[in-house]
Design a protein around this ligand. Structure first.
Ligand code: SAH
Length: 229
């Protein structure tokens, strides 16, 4: 009687462990072939990308594709970015210990988790209420107690917690929201896709120095549109 209960439990535990190992291998391979082979070498970004279980941030039916070299749907017409783009945007922000970051567009919560592995504190805002709720619950379940999530329109940033060392916008805006520039700390960096929705946009890196901003055009990207409430 007892063994008939214990054996299935052991079998299940072994299967869960094997699955986790399989995803870890996929993650290692993703980091090597999609990120390091493309020239990214920042050790803290690489360590974060190796650690965060990306498959848990995508819908069940896409879990086996989570480590592939493309974005995936996360519902509500939104997407989780391609792993390389997440790593690239994190890298250009030059995140470090003790920093405070703001993200606009929580989506699945994956980018927030990657940043939270490196910096001290992440604030993140999501405009789709269901996604805001689901990602907050997942991040909590995974133990990310240095991430604070909020539902709302990120256009105005999060004044209460400003200034931020780093700001990342993961939806494409036609222009850079002024409140985000205002909430950037001296020496702070903001990365944002700028351009028309449903087109190719320009990824810009904005640095604040002596209260003035410097804009660097990095590359072309394709992001979902920045919405307004
Ligand atoms: N960083 C996310 C990517 C999500 S896609 C991830 O790692 O999964 C971009 C997200 O930005 C979408 O979920 C979209 O709903 C959200 N978004 C668009 N406009 C917004 C706004 N004004 N404020 C907050 N979130 C916004």
């Amino acid at each position: 009687m007892i063994t008939s209960v214990i054996i299935p439990v052991i079998v299940m535990a072994v299967t869960v462990q094997q699955q986790a190992d399989r995803y870890e291998l996929m993650r290692e391979r993703m980091v090597r072939t999609q990120i390091m082979d493309r020239g990214l070498s920042n050790p803290s970004v690489i360590a974060a990308m190796k650690k965060v279980p990306r498959h848990l941030f995508v819908p069940k039916e896409y879990q086996d594709e989570a480590y592939n070299d493309y974005p995936l749907p996360i519902g509500y017409y939104q997407t989780i970015s391609q792993p390389y783009i997440v790593a690239y945007m994190t890298d250009v922000l030059r995140p470090g210990k003790g920093m405070k970051a703001l993200e606009i567009g929580t989506g699945s919560g994956y980018q927030a988790a990657v940043l939270a592995e490196i910096v001290e504190k992440v604030y993140t805002i999501e405009i789709v209420p269901e996604l805001a709720r689901e990602s907050a619950a997942l991040l909590k379940k995974l133990g990310y107690d240095n991430i604070t999530c909020r539902y709302g329109d990120g256009y105005k940033g999060w004044e209460e917690h400003a200034p931020f060392d780093l700001i990342i916008v993961t939806a494409a805006a036609e222009s850079v929201p002024q409140p985000l520039i205002d909430q950037l700390a001296e020496g702070g960096r903001l990365v944002i896709p700028v351009g028309k929705p449903n087109a190719v946009q320009e990824l810009q890196l904005i640095t604040k120095r002596k209260s003035r901003t410097e804009t660097k055009r990095l590359t072309f990207v394709r992001f979902v549109p920045f919405k307004r409430l």
